[in-house]
Design a binder for this molecule. Structure first.
Ligand code: IVH
Length: 703
C-alpha cells in the first residue's frame, strides 16, 4: 500500500500503467461477461483491480469516471431524479397465436405494398427495460422506463452492472448514442440469490424479473453491486449520425461497441420463415441465462420504421409473440407457515396435487402475509398456478367467482406454529418472525444450513435426522454436533451403527473446512457464500472478523452497509461468543487455510460441467476442487464448456457434450487432472462467443 500523496503530476510510468490496467480489466470484463470465456481467474482479476485502485488512490489526478474502480459510486441517494426520455420508450403490441402473427404480416403488406423488407426475430427478454446514453463514447446517463416518457435516473445502479461498458469500445464513437435494452438477473444467480435470502431469513423474490426490478430500485448502489445483474441491448433511442440501415446491422454494431446483444436472432424473409424462427427460438430458449417470455418480430429496414410510425403506444414495425406460460387450476387446501433459520415465517400454499409442465405440484410459496391479504387469497379457493421457465410455481390468480362462501380468510397466528413462542414483525420488515431462539424449527433449519453442501458439507445429516437430534435435545446449536458420540446417537430411529459412524466421520471431517465455509455456515443474515469468500480474503481468522469495526467492514468492496451492519450485529449478539468458543474447543478450524488460491491455478478460466453419479468424491468436493484451481462449474453444457466430467448414468448432458464436441473426462481422468495431470488446451471452436448475434435464416439453422 503506497502512501497517499495529493500529487497532481503522477509520473508517466503510473499513467501508463493505469491506462494499461484499465484496458486489461475492460478486456477481461468483456471476456467474462459478454463472451463467457474468461481467460484469467477471479483471483488474478482481483489482483489487477487492486493494483489499479492502489495507483488511483496514490495519484487522485488519475481517477476517471470510466475506470472500473468507479463502478460503485458513493453515498446512497435520497431519491431518484426524474429523466425525460429524448425519445419515448415504447412498448410492444402482443400477439398470442400464429394467426395474429399472420395478421401483423398482412397489415405490413397493406402498408408497404412495394415490399422490399425483411424481419428480425429476437428473444423477448423478461427483464426490466432501461435506456443508456453514451456521449462521445462515455456512459453519462442510465434510466428506467417509467411511464415511457419520464423514467428515473438510475445511472449509479446501472454502472454497477459489469456487462455494461462504461466506455464504448469503438474507435470513433458517435456524439450521442442512446441504447435500449433489458436488465435481468441470470436464472442461476436468481436461484442462488433466493437460496441465500432464504438462508439469511429474508423474503424470497417471486421470479427473476421481480428480483431485477427490486434491485434497480435500491437507492444504494453498493447494495446493487452485490446483485449479479446482467443486461442485453436490442435497440436504440437517439443515434444521430450512426450510419446503419438495418436492425441486424445495429445489433452487430452494439455488439462491437461492447454492449451485450441478444444471444440468438434470426433474419426472416417472410411469414413461414417467421414461424420457423419462433419454433427455433422456443427450442433453444431454455439455454439462455434469462427468462424468455416470447419472440419479438421487427422489420429489419430502419428507414421503414420512420415510415410505419407508431400507434398510441407501440410501433407498427414490431410486435411481440408471447409464449404461453404453463398454468393449471387447483384447490388451495391450506396455508401453512414455514419457519426459517432466522425465524422468518413464510406462508406456503398447500395445494390439491396438480400436474404442471411435467411435474406434480403440491406446494407453492405465498411470499408473505401482506401479499395474501392484498390478493385476497382464501383457504378453499380455486386458484391458478403458473410456472414460467424454471421458476418456482406461484399462485397467479384466484377464481373469486367460484367461491361458495365456505372459504376462509388467512389470519396470521399469534404464536409460532412450531414452538408456540411469540411472533413479531420488526419495523420496516415484511416478514413475521418467531422470536424464540430455541424454537426447534429454527434450530433444525440452522443445522441443515450449517451442514449444507456449500457450508460445512456434513454428509449424512438429513432432515429426518436433524429433526430427531433437536427433538431429543441432543443438539441446540451447531456446536453441539461436535459433542455427538456413537453412544448418544445409539437410540435414534432409522440410524444403524454404520450410518451413525458415517455421520460422525462426516462431522469430524467438517472440522477442517475453509474459513469461508464456516463464515457462511454461521448463517449471518445477508452473508452468502460469495460474501463469505470475500470476507475470508480480508480476515485471516474468525476472531479477526469478529473484532472488525463497522467502518472496516464497510470499506470492503462488495460488502454493502446492510451486510456490514448485519455482520457487526451478529458478532455483538450475546450468544455468538459462546458459540465460537465451543466451536474452537471442538477443534473446528477458525483460520484461513494456507492459500490454495496462489498455489495451483491450472484450471483458470476453464468451464466444467459435472454429470452423472460421481463415486470418487462428493459432487460438492469436485466443484470445490475445480474452483480452487481457478476453474468454474456451470449447470448446463454449451459451446463454452471446456470439460464434462461424466460419472455413472450421465444422461443428456453427456449426449450434448458429444454433439458439441466438448471434451469428456471419466472420473479417473478428472482425478488425474486434479492431482497434477496436464490440462488440455481448449478445443478449437469451443470458445465461440455466444453473444454474436446469429442472424442466419431459420432454414439454415442447425437445430
Ligand atoms: S423492442 C419500440 N426487443 O418488452 C420497441 N423489446 O412488452 C421497443 N423487450 O418495452 C421494444 N425484449 O422492455 C424489444 N428483444 C426485445 C425485447 C423487448 C424484451 C421488452 C421491452 C418492451 C417490452 C414490451
Amino acid at each position: 500500500m503506497g502512501e497517499k500523496t495529493a500529487s497532481s503530476n503522477p509520473p508517466p510510468a503510473a499513467q501508463a500503467r493505469v491506462a494499461q490496467l484499465r484496458e486489461l480489466l475492460a478486456r477481461h470484463d468483456r471476456l467474462y461477461y459478454l463472451e463467457t470465456r474468461p481467460e484469467i481467474s477471479d483471483y488474478d482479476y482481483d489482483q489487477l483491480y487492486r493494483e489499479l485502485a492502489d495507483i488511483e488512490q496514490r495519484y487522485p489526478a488519475l481517477q476517471a469516471p470510466d475506470s472500473p474502480t468507479q463502478r460503485v459510486g458513493g453515498a446512497p441517494l435520497p431519491a431518484f431524479q426524474p429523466v425525460r426520455h429524448r425519445r419515448p420508450m415504447l412498448s410492444l403490441a402482443n400477439t398470442y397465436s400464429r394467426d395474429e402473427v399472420r395478421d401483423f404480416c398482412s397489415r405490413l403488406a397493406r402498408l408497404l405494398p412495394e415490399g422490399g423488407y425483411s424481419f428480425v426475430v429476437e428473444p423477448k427478454i423478461d427483464g426490466v427495460a432501461v435506456s443508456l446514453r453514451y456521449e462521445n463514447g462515455l456512459l453519462t446517463l442510465g434510466s428506467s422506463r417509467g411511464n415511457g416518457e419520464v423514467g428515473d435516473d438510475i445511472t449509479a445502479n446501472l454502472r454497477t452492472i459489469r456487462s455494461i461498458p462504461l466506455r464504448l469500445a469503438v474507435a470513433a464513437p458517435p456524439p450521442v448514442l442512446e441504447v435500449r435494452g433489458e436488465v435481468y438477473l441470470p436464472r442461476a444467480e436468481f436461484a442462488a440469490l433466493n437460496r441465500a435470502r432464504a438462508a439469511a431469513g429474508e423474503p424470497e423474490f417471486a421470479n427473476p424479473r421481480n428480483a431485477a426490478a427490486g434491485s434497480l430500485k435500491l437507492l444504494d448502489a453498493r447494495q446493487v453491486s452485490a446483485r449479479p445483474l446482467a443486461a442485453i441491448f436490442y435497440g436504440c433511442g437517439e443515434m444521430p449520425g450512426l450510419a446503419v440501415r438495418e436492425h441486424a446491422q445495429l445489433l452487430r454494431y452494439l455488439q462491437e461497441a461492447g454492449l451485450p446483444a441478444p444471444p440468438r436472432c434470426w433474419e426472416c424473409p417472410d411469414f413461414p420463415a417467421l414461424l420457423a424462427a419462433i419454433d427455433a427460438l422456443q427450442s433453444v430458449r431454455a439455454e439462455f441465462p434469462f427468462e424468455t417470455d416470447g419472440a419479438v418480430i421487427k422489420v429489419n429496414q430502419l428507414a421503414l420504421h420512420e415510415r410505419l410510425g407508431v400507434t398510441a403506444k407501440s410501433p407498427r414495425w414490431a410486435v411481440a409473440y408471447k409464449f404461453a406460460p404453463s398454468r393449471a387450476a387447483t384447490r388451495l387446501r391450506a396455508i401453512t407457515l414455514q419457519v426459517g433459520r432466522t425465524g422468518a415465517l413464510t406462508p406456503v400454499a398447500e395445494l390439491e396435487p396438480v400436474s404442471l409442465a411435467g411435474s406434480t405440484i403440491e406446494r407453492a410459496t405465498l411470499h408473505n402475509a401482506d401479499e395474501i391479504a392484498r390478493r385476497d387469497i382464501r383457504v378453499g379457493d380455486l386458484v391458478t398456478i403458473e410456472k414460467a421457465g424454471d421458476v418456482i410455481p406461484a399462485v397467479s390468480a384466484v377464481d373469486t367467482a367460484a367461491r361458495t362462501g365456505a372459504e376462509q380468510v388467512f389470519v396470521m397466528p399469534a404464536q409460532c406454529p412450531a414452538c408456540g413462542g411469540p411472533i413479531n414483525r420488526r419495523p420496516g420488515e415484511i416478514a413475521w418472525r418467531c422470536e424464540n431462539l430455541q424454537c426447534p424449527a429454527q434450530v433444525k433449519r440452522w443445522l441443515m444450513h450449517f451442514a449444507g453442501r456449500d457450508a460445512m458439507d456434513i454428509e449424512n445429516l438429513g432432515e429426518a435426522l436433524a429433526d430427531q437430534l433437536v427433538e431429543r435435545g441432543l443438539v441446540r446449536d451447531p456446536a453441539d454436533l461436535y459433542q455427538l458420540t456413537a453412544q448418544s446417537l445409539a437410540g435414534l430411529k432409522r440410524l444403524g451403527a454404520k450410518s451413525a459412524d458415517n455421520l460422525l466421520a462426516g462431522i469430524a471431517a467438517s472440522r477442517q473446512r475453509p474459513l469461508s465455509r464456516l463464515i457462511f455456515a454461521l448463517g449471518i443474515r445477508h452473508v452468502g457464500l460469495g460474501m463469505a469468500r470475500v470476507l475470508e480474503q480480508h480476515f485471516d481468522s474468525l476472531d479477526a472478523l469478529a473484532q472488525a469495526a463497522l467502518d472496516q467492514l464497510e470499506g470492503i468492496r462488495d460488502i454493502g452497509p446492510v451486510a456490514s451492519a448485519s455482520i457487526a450485529d451478529y458478532f455483538a449478539a450475546p450468544r455468538t461468543d459462546g458459540l465460537i468458543r465451543r466451536l474452537r474447543e471442538a477443534g473446528v478450524n477458525l483460520r484461513r487455510l494456507p492459500d490454495a488460491a496462489t498455489a495451483d491455478r491450472r484450471f483458470a478460466g476453464r468451464a466444467f460441467v459435472l454429470t452423472g453419479a460421481l463415486s470418487r468424491m462428493p459432487r460438492a468436493q469436485a466443484e470445490a476442487e475445480i474452483r480452487r484451481r481457478g476453474g468454474h462449474v456451470t449447470a448446463s453444457v454449451s459451446g463454452k464448456t471446456d470439460f464434462v466430467v461424466a460419472g455413472a448414468d450421465p444422461g443428456s448432458k453427456l449426449e450434448r457434450a458429444l454433439k458439441l464436441g466438448v471434451a469428456v473426462l471419466s472420473e479417473d481422468e478428472f482425478a488425474a487432472m486434479l492431482s497434477d495431470g496436464p490440462v488440455p488446451a481448449p478445443a478449437a471452436g469451443s470458445a465461440t462467443p455466444m453473444a454474436v448475434p446469429d442472424l442466419r435464416r431459420p432454414g439454415e439453422l442447425p437445430l
